[in-house]
Design a protein around this ligand. Structure first.
Ligand SMILES: *Cc1c(COP(=O)(O)O)cnc(C)c1O
Length: 341
């Protein structure tokens, strides 16, 4: 077989294309901590406008976008409601506790998705024994749920519960564009339901670095101060913002190709003797469980010997993620390797 590595570990592994690099090299830049970088401003205005928000903030990572957002919403001793498998709780280094001193109430959702009824049950009474519930955060698509998407009707119900109970509502939209590609919902409809939304430019959209947090003018004013405290104020960062603008302009429509390829891999896996089950493939993430034919470490090793990289995602559980640099030819290769195992 060929010596190219097929990297299905994450959609963060993509490298900028020639066109994206050209956009980056020709970016106009300035010192963004002084508010002087026109390309960062352009990206922030673009994202705010897409979501019908007043303002936005460029951050170095999705983790920082979420953690800055959470920090603006809560004070020490407050409580955040989210699904038990959510990224903000599991994969951000305990950041809610470390950065914001807040506690978390976890919900057992359906493949990462929670309901308005579940949220309602988790809101603490106004009583000195309890942490004050201040924020609800959901993830769309839900990573650990295998790239599952929310039905916007449920998001509307949750949004109403938040309004009725004076809670903030945050969207971890690291892969929101994957979700919108499948649901057909718009960024404007989505933005209207949340107080704050974070999106990643460096996942399926293919930029090398960067995320954006969007919300009201007042929210983003506070977020800018928090970003500085967290060490995320950046200087001539328009070079990276230019990659983000390029990604938003060029790489959203093609996400459907990633989804089609993921669904094909899902189908192949359904027919493999070593597979216990495959979570329904809705977007670009494939999560499956191995039976006892191979241990998870052995399986990953066998794949690696064939030049295919993937990650373990819990006991006997494997995740593949399709992306911009995963081609039709690579799909054929992966399908062939899996069928032979
Ligand atoms: C990747 C990801 C993030 C942010 O990750 P960074 O690596 O910090 O950019 C946030 N939420 C979800 C669901 C993610 O998959």
């Amino acid at each position: 077989m060929k010596n190219t590595i097929i990297d299905l570990r994450s959609d963060t592994v993509t490298k900028p294309t020639k066109e994206m690099l050209d956009a980056m090299f020709s970016a106009k830049v300035g010192d963004d901590v002084f508010g002087d970088d026109p390309t960062v401003k352009q990206l922030e205005e673009k994202v705010a406008k897409m979501f019908g928000k007043e303002a936005a903030l460029f951050t170095p990572s999705g983790t920082m976008a979420n953690q800055v957002g959470i920090n603006v919403h809560v004070s020490p001793g407050d409580e955040v409601i989210c699904d038990e498998s959510s990224h903000i709780y599991n994969y951000e280094g305990g950041g809610i506790a470390f950065n914001s001193g807040a506690s978390v109430k976890l919900i057992k959702g359906d493949r990462g998705r929670i309901t308005a009824e579940q949220v309602l049950e988790c809101i603490n009474p106004d009583n000195e024994h309890f942490a004050s519930t201040k924020l609800v955060s959901i993830e769309n698509t839900a990573n650990k749920g295998g790239g599952s998407c929310y039905d916007i009707k449920e998001v509307r119900r949750i949004s109403k519960v938040c309004k009725d109970n004076k809670l903030g509502f945050h969207l971890d939209g690291a892969r929101l564009f994957n979700a919108l590609t499948e649901s057909g919902d718009t960024t404007a409809e989505t933005g209207a339901l949340f107080d704050s939304v974070s999106i990643c430019l460096s996942k399926g959209l293919g930029a090398p670095v960067g995320s954006v947090l969007t919300g009201s003018k007042e929210f983003i004013y506070k977020a800018r101060r928090v970003r500085k405290k967290f060490g995320g104020g950046m200087r001539q960062v328009g070079y990276l913002a230019a990659a983000g603008i390029f990604a938003l302009d060029n790489n959203i429509d093609r996400l459907k190709d990633d989804h089609r390829r993921a669904m094909e891999i899902g189908k192949v896996l359904e027919g493999c003797s070593f597979v216990e089950n495959v979570l329904p493939v809705e977007t670009n993430i494939i999560v499956f469980r191995l039976n006892d034919k191979y241990s998870d470490t052995r399986f990953l090793q066998l794949l690696e010997e064939k030049g295919i990289l993937a990650v373990g995602f819990g006991p006997q559980t494997i995740r593949f993620v399709t992306h911009l640099d995963f081609t039709e030819e690579m799909l054929e290769d992966v399908a062939g390797v899996l069928r032979e195992m």
